[in-house]
Design a protein. Structure first.
Length: 299
């Protein structure tokens, strides 16, 4: 049980974390701050937070746990703003989608107090944003990756692991650089491709006619193109080296498919499609088995 959560960023991710902690009985009071006062006020009206704070510093005042749910580009300035109130007993986490840049920002901003920081990436989210969409179940059953710094206290890492587990998450740890390389492949590049797909159609004079004919496959493939533009601008810039490396690999795979389409023989194209289909089916079955093996909370 935590006495007070200092929530900095009261949108979808931060608001859902506060609601999840309240529902699980893990916190007594939530003090929240957002850059927009109307967001903070709305969060209080919805019961996401109990007290509005006029600044990040005052949101952290008296807290034994602080969550940063801000754009990754704002991590360093936010941590600098609260540094003077950070204590060795305070657990600080974030929910950013990139981790190497967040760790560097924390080292610069917190200096000796970085021992209190446990970087976290919950693998969840929605295309919509805003505290109005906050959901206590957003994190339940999801994976959370922790990327502790070399100075993160073991006790804080253990507290973070226990907290996310109590929220119904599957928790694992890895190095920040390994995290960014992996998620460039399975998250950041797919978003880039979805943005590009919508951009390529929009640029055509027949765009409206084409889109009127689109079915479930197109809807599923491009769903993530509706994600928050500012957030994904920051993610793609922060992890640009890894995303560009994955983009080059994708371009080669696309070139191989195009070359197979142009060949006289049908078999090379079928072989490439078969490999992709089998890999996707194998991944899906593995994911389903892993999900079935996880314990579920009773309603």
């Amino acid at each position: 049980m935590f006495e007070q959560l200092g929530l900095i960023g009261c949108g979808l991710m931060g608001g859902s974390f506060a609601l999840a902690m309240k529902k699980a009985g893990l916190v007594k009071r939530v003090v929240g701050y957002s850059k927009s006062p109307s967001t903070t006020d709305r969060a209080r009206q919805l019961g996401v937070i109990d007290v509005e704070a006029p600044s990040a510093l005052l949101a952290a005042a008296g807290a034994d746990i602080v969550l940063l749910a801000v754009p990754v580009a704002a991590t360093e300035s936010t941590l600098k703003a609260i540094r003077h109130l950070v204590t060795p007993q305070m657990l600080i986490m974030d929910v950013g989608s990139t981790k190497a840049d967040v760790v560097l920002a924390a080292r610069r901003a917190l200096q000796s107090q970085v021992a209190s920081f446990v970087p976290a990436h919950p693998i969840t989210g929605r295309e919509v944003s805003g505290v109005e969409h906050a959901d206590a179940e957003l994190y339940h059953g999801r994976q959370v990756i922790l990327t502790p710094t070399e100075r993160t206290l073991t006790a804080h890492l253990q507290r973070a692991e226990a907290l996310w587990t109590q929220l119904g998450c599957r928790v694992s740890s890895m190095a920040p650089e390994a995290h960014d390389a992996a998620f460039a492949a399975v998250s950041h590049l797919p978003h880039l491709l979805a943005f590009a797909m919508m951009g390529s159609i929009t640029a055509q004079p027949e765009a409206d006619d084409f889109l009127s004919l689109a079915g479930p496959g197109f809807r599923d493939f491009t769903r993530i193109a509706a994600s928050d533009p500012k957030m994904w601008r920051d993610i793609l810039r922060a992890n640009s080296a890894e995303v560009l490396a994955q983009s080059r690999l994708f371009q080669k795979a696309l070139h191989d498919l195009e070359a197979a389409m142009q060949e006289g023989s049908e078999q090379p194209l079928e072989d490439l499609i078969t490999l992709a289909s089998q890999t996707r089916a194998h991944w899906r079955m593995g994911a389903q088995r892993k999900s079935a093996a996880q314990p579920h909370k009773e309603a």
